[in-house]
Ligand binder design. Structure first.
Ligand SMILES: Cc1cc2nc3c(=O)[nH]c(=O)nc-3n(C[C@H](O)[C@H](O)[C@H](O)COP(=O)(O)OP(=O)(O)OC[C@H]3O[C@@H](n4cnc5c(N)ncnc54)[C@H](O)[C@@H]3O)c2cc1C
Length: 529
């Protein structure tokens, strides 16, 4: 077999591995970190390479206008029109660019929730089942926060490892005004390597380049920094980069996966392992399974239910900027959250979702987000707008719909059919935010839509929070994975990225993926013992 190059960490390559993990993001990376101490021979296959550490990491022009860290790929919408998805194929996956807002789902999210546009189905496990894994993920990813402040949160067995990141004066003022107005603001959970008392190691310099930027000083708790780099020195871990898995192979009976077909350095290779975990992100995981169709699995691997690729979700989100008369000199803005509208009740018919802060606007980022609107605006005027901006991120749950789905064509390209849900709830959350602003001295008519994250004028391309496509459940007729995230139809195939979500809740998904990856990892260790 031709080998285009050695693994990046120079480890010897056995003919067969105990475990193969496809993808090194929030799911795959965390799983690798969980499994590595066992000594099992682990092969990590990552389509991307290491994200370079360079000044461009913190250059809003490069990041937002030029899209330097958006990986080239072409997907197609339901009309067959090509588009560039906002994907990040790197060691660490999407977490290299993420905002590291590491929220738990609410206990109610694990049960059925009725929404304006349909039912958010129950998970096959409860919040209580998940709680220990959330705690482990919070400690692994160095989360700063204050359990006990947010009245909607579930029980917690251990406080966060770090105190909440302190509010800067403008955000503290907003928080105080909200509390006086009868709301329940809380310190948002953040995964950053910051010690506000500056005890070493305290790499974070508390800059504005966290949300949507790679961290030049590696002080963001992303999957590369926290999970992959620490295990690369271990002789039992092999990482291959630029290694795109195209297809999985099974034994003749189709009951177990034997290996993966990989394209690396323009060459085709095959790697074999006893256990296979796919964690390539919701769309790419569905793509790999659908492309692995065979005589035994004619509609795609693990797809007897026809559910692979279906129920794609990505949150009904809105980024808005409130312009205040008072300048906002905040640098690290993502310290505040508000869940007062998360659940239905108190006169509110539907659950509306979560309000949190975004990374602070700057003139160049506004130009990147609104290229048409700002074409003639001089840079100084955009900087001035940004100086008065307070940036909010509103998240409403998107309910799963079978026709919102990933399919692949003959050439293996992803086609994404998607109709958003719960617009009326998202509008309701927006109205509530405007009322909130009146309490904090910002006029409600000074609110602008902001396209950050949603990636300019193609909402479909904003795939940052993609989830669903291989949901877990107890019934093989309506789910792809069992409650341990093993494919119902195969003995040794697991999925450990956002694909497993039967519903997505209305908070950021990464902590749930990380917690689940630890859960799946412990299950695998138990099974292999
Ligand atoms: C700009 C931005 C901001 C975000 N902010 C937040 C936030 O603040 N909080 C939060 O909770 N979430 C946030 N998210 C979302 C979060 O990053 C994702 O939910 C999370 O990373 C998903 O984990 P995953 O394991 O499913 O996929 P990923 O982390 O994307 O990992 C998938 C990996 O698989 C690799 N891969 C894909 N196809 C193949 C293949 N065929 N072969 C081999 N490898 C493959 C990819 O290169 C990638 O490394 C943000 C995302 C973005 C883009």
């Amino acid at each position: 077999m031709h080998r285009p190059g050695p693994p990046v960490n120079g480890m010897a390559m056995p003919e067969r591995y105990d475990i193969m993990i496809i993808g090194t993001g929030a799911g795959g990376g965390t799983l690798a970190r969980t499994l590595a101490p066992s000594g099992k021979r682990i092969l990590l296959l990552e389509r991307g390479n290491f994200l370079p550490r360079e000044m461009a990491n913190w250059d809003p022009g490069q990041v937002f206008v030029d899209g330097t860290y958006i990986s080239p790929d072409t997907w197609y919408d339901s009309a067959g029109t090509a588009f560039q998805p906002q994907v990040h194929y790197f060691v660490g996956g999407a977490t290299k660019l993420y905002g590291a807002a590491l929220y738990r789902l609410r206990p109610e999210d694990f049960g059925e929730i009725q929404h304006a546009d349909g039912l958010s189905p129950a998970w096959p496990v409860s919040y209580d089942d998940f709680e220990p894994w959330y705690t482990r993920a919070e400690w692994l990813y160095e989360v700063h926060g204050a359990h006990g402040e947010d009245p909607t949160e579930g029980h917690w067995s251990r406080q966060y490892p770090w105190p909440a990141v302190s509010h800067e004066p403008r955000i503290q003022k907003i928080s105080d005004a909200l509390a006086e107005g009868g709301y329940h603001p809380f310190h948002a959970p953040c995964g950053i390597l910051l010690d506000e008392e500056n005890r070493p190691p305290s790499d974070c310099i508390r800059c504005a380049w966290c949300d949507g930027y790679p961290c030049l000083v590696h002080a963001k708790a992303d999957a590369e920094v926290i999970s992959i780099r620490p295990v690369l020195e271990q002789p039992n871990v092999t990482l291959l980069v630029d290694a795109e898995v195209t297809r999985l192979r099974t034994n003749p009976a189709g009951t177990a996966v034997t290996g993966a077909e990989v394209t690396r350095g323009g060459q085709s290779e095959v790697y074999e392992a006893d256990m296979i975990v796919v964690a390539a992100g919701a769309a790419n995981t569905a793509r790999i399974l659908l492309r692995s169709a065979s005589d035994q699995h004619p509609d795609g691997l693990a797809n007897g239910s026809g559910q692979v690729g279906r129920n794609y979700m990505f949150h009904n989100s809105r980024a808005v900027v409130a312009l205040g008369k008072e300048p906002n000199e905040t640098v690290f803005q993502k310290t505040l959250g508000l869940n007062d509208f998360y659940l239905a009740g108190n006169g509110q018919r539907w659950p509306l979702g979560n309000i949190q802060m975004l990374g602070k606007s700057n003139g160049m980022a506004i130009k990147g987000e609104e290229p048409k609107l700002t074409r003639l605006a001089p840079r100084w005027s955009l900087d001035e707008v940004a100086r008065h901006a307070v940036d909010f991120w509103l998240t409403t749950e998107d309910v799963p719909k079978p026709d919102n789905r990933v399919t692949v064509d003959h050439d293996g390209h992803i086609h994404l059919a998607y109709q958003g849900t719960n617009d009326s709830e998202a509008d309701g959350l927006y109205r509530e935010l405007k009322k909130v602003l009146n309490h904090v001295g910002m006029a409600e008519h000074h609110v602008l839509d902001k396209n950050f994250y949603m990636k300019m004028d193609i909402p479909l391309a904003g795939v940052a929070h993609q989830a669903g496509t291989c949901r877990f459940g107890t019934d093989p007729a309506s789910s792809v994975l069992d409650p341990q995230c093993k494919a119902h139809e195969l003995d040794n195939l697991y999925v450990a990225d956002t694909s497993f979500f039967p519903s997505i809740g209305a908070v950021n998904p990464a902590l749930t993926v990380m917690a689940n990856a630890i859960r799946v990892g412990e299950h695998l260790l138990e099974r292999m013992r």
